[in-house]
Design a binder for this molecule. Structure first.
Ligand SMILES: NC(=O)CCC(N)C(=O)O
Length: 227
């Protein structure tokens, strides 16, 4: 499976993402520039964490106008997997590929810690290798992770099972303890916790690996070789 790791000016988790795919998952990973306009060679697109364009204006807002995001939008419309982690999630929100917005953490401090996460929906292409309502541990590292949306959007997220991950111990004030949501079609996921920082025991936790394994398992199911 060929994964694209998109690199924006200011990305800083691209190498971790590349390592997670190449070394921990054992699949093909490629760095792709924010200038790229054709993503048709890839089976999944990964938007890594970081501080794209210095987080100026709002996190992810300037990156949402990068040339590659038009290609990501077209790619997502085809139903192919798009994952945004942390700053990647913020970019997906700013692009409108996911509903809602990110505010500064309610305590106005940057938080960097490993935190308990609940798998609220294991029926997605990103979470199927977890058990429903499983409690896992993942690192978080952000200043703007306080998810916000209006009540109508929140009801829709619940009605369409779009809330995929929730904080067990809300660290930032996020509405509904939201840590990760997907679009209605289920092929675009944004999440603040960093699964790519938790893919091997050596990192202290490997609960993130099953997220990438879920993508791979689901891709294989749709690309089964029948001879
Ligand atoms: N780890 C990251 O992606 C940093 C996120 C980010 N730009 C912030 O909210 O602070």
């Amino acid at each position: 499976m060929r994964f694209a790791v998109v690199v924006f000016p200011g990305s800083n988790c691209d190498t971790d993402m590349f390592y997670a795919i190449k070394e921990a998952l054992g699949e093909d990973a490629h760095y792709v520039s924010y200038r790229e306009s054709n993503l048709s060679n890839y089976d999944a697109i990964l938007l890594p964490g970081g501080f794209s364009y210095g987080d100026y204006l709002r996190s992810g807002s300037i990156a949402s106008f990068a040339p590659v995001m038009e290609a990501v939008r077209e790619y997502a419309e085809l139903g192919k997997p798009v994952l945004g982690v942390c700053n990647g999630f913020q970019i997906l929100l700013e692009t409108g590929l996911l509903p809602g917005a990110m505010k500064r953490n309610d305590h106005l401090k940057f938080i960097c810690e490993t935190t308990p996460i609940i798998v609220t929906n294991n029926q997605t292409m990103f979470s199927s290798e977890y058990r429903q309502d499983e409690r896992i541990s993942l690192p978080i590292a952000h200043a703007e992770g306080n998810y916000e949306c209006d009540d109508q959007t929140f009801d829709e997220l619940k009605r369409h099972n779009q809330i995929v991950f929730q904080y067990a111990d809300n660290p930032n004030g996020s509405k509904g303890d939201i840590a990760g949501i997907c679009n209605k079609q289920g092929n675009v996921l944004g999440m603040m916790p960093h699964p790519e920082r938790a893919t091997v025991d050596l990192l202290g936790c490997d609960d993130g690996l099953r997220l990438f394994e879920s993508i791979l398992v689901n891709w294989r199911e749709h690309h089964a070789v029948t001879s």
